[in-house]
Design a protein around this ligand. Structure first.
Ligand SMILES: Cc1cc2nc3c(=O)[nH]c(=O)nc-3n(C[C@H](O)[C@H](O)[C@H](O)COP(=O)(O)OP(=O)(O)OC[C@H]3O[C@@H](n4cnc5c(N)ncnc54)[C@H](O)[C@@H]3O)c2cc1C
Length: 398
């Protein structure tokens, strides 16, 4: 099966005992129309390389996830979303067409108009329908490489919902960090950020990446109850009480973790699990509260817990994860069975709310849960290339 840049957290990009097709060699740009913003490139090109080429010319990718080290093929296969989902939807909406190469040697051009059934199966199709060799994307115009951002802390979960609702019309990008250690009245407190593309401020200096790095894997996880409480307390209290405006370059603002190479090493030799779910609107408020309650009670959780409202724009893929509702994402240091049991307890809340867990960030959900979250799996199965499989797919089909 194809592998992009391996930035998925679980086993959608793994195939134990099988053969991986490393798509990173497909790294050529094919055409770019500077008048229309239509870009065609091979599927192993990184989103970061596209931004380096296009931002100086006044164009930007309409949707970017929280890291720029993702290939076009990977972005299509997981139909990735960004901080602007409420305004623009997910990645697949900006894919004009692509070529799908099947293991029998046949090639199909797929677009919303041509081979539309293959298009909707492949967007969000977890790399199982064939190899995407190239894709054509519609970029969007921007005034520059910067963001006009505003940040403030909020004291409780209800404030997050209010801030999101008030910001969605005027701000294309919104996201919140949430203190997953807070309990009681402070449950769901966090820091809310919103922003729009802007031109370079007059004070902007030429930027050089600081290039921090976790030099070694420590013998134990640096993320434990003590460090978690200390970091979260400090991060919350250092944030301004009222909205504070600041210009930020797109790289640190959209891709904060890309500034620390090998950040995953801080979890020590046992690593970590990421968990991202979405809860639809009627149940979102109570459901997120229940999730945060269960996480805080467990004493687990991460420095980087993210809350975001997805919008109503329909995703293009049969198995696309983004749908209207509230999404929560966070990491858990791997403490063995206790961690897996906690994630099973979170699944109970997600399933009861009619939500879903994101396959790109999953390494453990059961087949029963997956099939409940993604009822279109049956229809999707008919498009799977007979020579393709993945650890993820074998697991969730059990
Ligand atoms: C720090 C960080 C932040 C993230 N933030 C977000 C976020 O905000 N939003 C979000 O949606 N995701 C996010 N992600 C997840 C990431 O965007 C996705 O997992 C993405 O799909 C990874 O792309 P990749 O190129 O690394 O592909 P891989 O992880 O290698 O593969 C992902 C899938 O794509 C398939 N694939 C890859 N190339 C091809 C190809 N040429 N043809 C067919 N199939 C192919 C693989 O088979 C696999 O199923 C984040 C990940 C990290 C590490």
């Amino acid at each position: 099966m194809p592998r992009g840049n391996g930035r998925s957290y679980g086993d959608v990009c793994l195939d134990d005992g099988g053969t991986l097709l490393d798509a990173r060699g497909l790294d050529r740009f094919i055409a770019f129309d500077q008048e229309t913003g239509v870009l065609r490139c091979e599927a192993g090109v990184l989103l970061g390389s596209i931004l380096e080429l296009c931002v100086p010319k006044g164009w930007f990718l309409p949707v970017v996830p929280g890291t720029r080290f993702v290939t076009i093929g990977g972005a299509i296969a997981n139909d990735v979303h960004g901080k602007n989902h409420h305004a623009v939807g997910s990645f697949g909406r900006y894919v004009r067409r692509f070529e799908l190469l099947r293991s029998d040697g046949t090639r199909r051009i797929c677009s919303p108009q041509e081979n539309a059934d293959w298009f909707t199966a492949t967007v969000g199709g977890l790399g199982l329908t064939g190899l995407t060799t190239w894709a054509e994307l519609q970029l969007r115009r921007v005034p520059g490489a910067w963001f006009d951002t505003e940040t403030r802390r909020f004291d409780r979960l209800d404030d997050f919902f209010e801030l999101s609702a008030h910001s969605e019309r005027d701000f294309e990008y919104t996201v919140a960090w949430v203190d997953c250690t807070a309990r009681g009245n402070a449950l769901g407190r966090g820091v809310f950020s919103r922003g729009n593309h802007c031109a370079a401020p007059s004070s902007a200096k030429s930027r050089r990446e600081r290039g921090l790095r976790m030099p070694v894997t420590p013998p134990f996880s640096l993320v434990n109850g003590l460090t978690l409480h200390a970091f979260n307390w400090q991060h919350f209290h250092r944030a301004p009480k009222a909205l504070q405006r600041s210009p930020q370059h797109y790289r640190p603002w959209l891709f904060p973790l890309d500034g620390i190479r090998d950040w995953n090493r801080m979890y020590g030799p046992h690593g970590f699990l990421q968990y991202q779910c979405v809860l639809p609107p009627p149940a979102a408020r109570d459901g997120v509260r229940e999730l945060l309650d269960r996480i805080a009670a467990s004493g687990s959780g991460s420095f980087l817990a993210v809350l975001k409202q997805f919008g109503a724009i329909r995703s293009s893929g049969l198995l696309s994860f983004p749908c209207p509702g509230t999404t929560l994402a966070l990491d858990f240091a791997n403490r063995g069975p206790a961690t897996f049991e906690l994630l099973d307890r979170l699944d109970e809340v997600v399933a009861a709310a009619g939500g879903a867990v994101y396959p790109a960030k999953d390494a453990r959900m059961s087949g029963e849960r997956f099939r409940g979250y993604f009822p279109a799996w049956r229809q999707f199965s008919g498009f799977i290339d007979p020579a393709f499989s993945s650890g993820f797919w074998r697991r969730v089909m059990q």
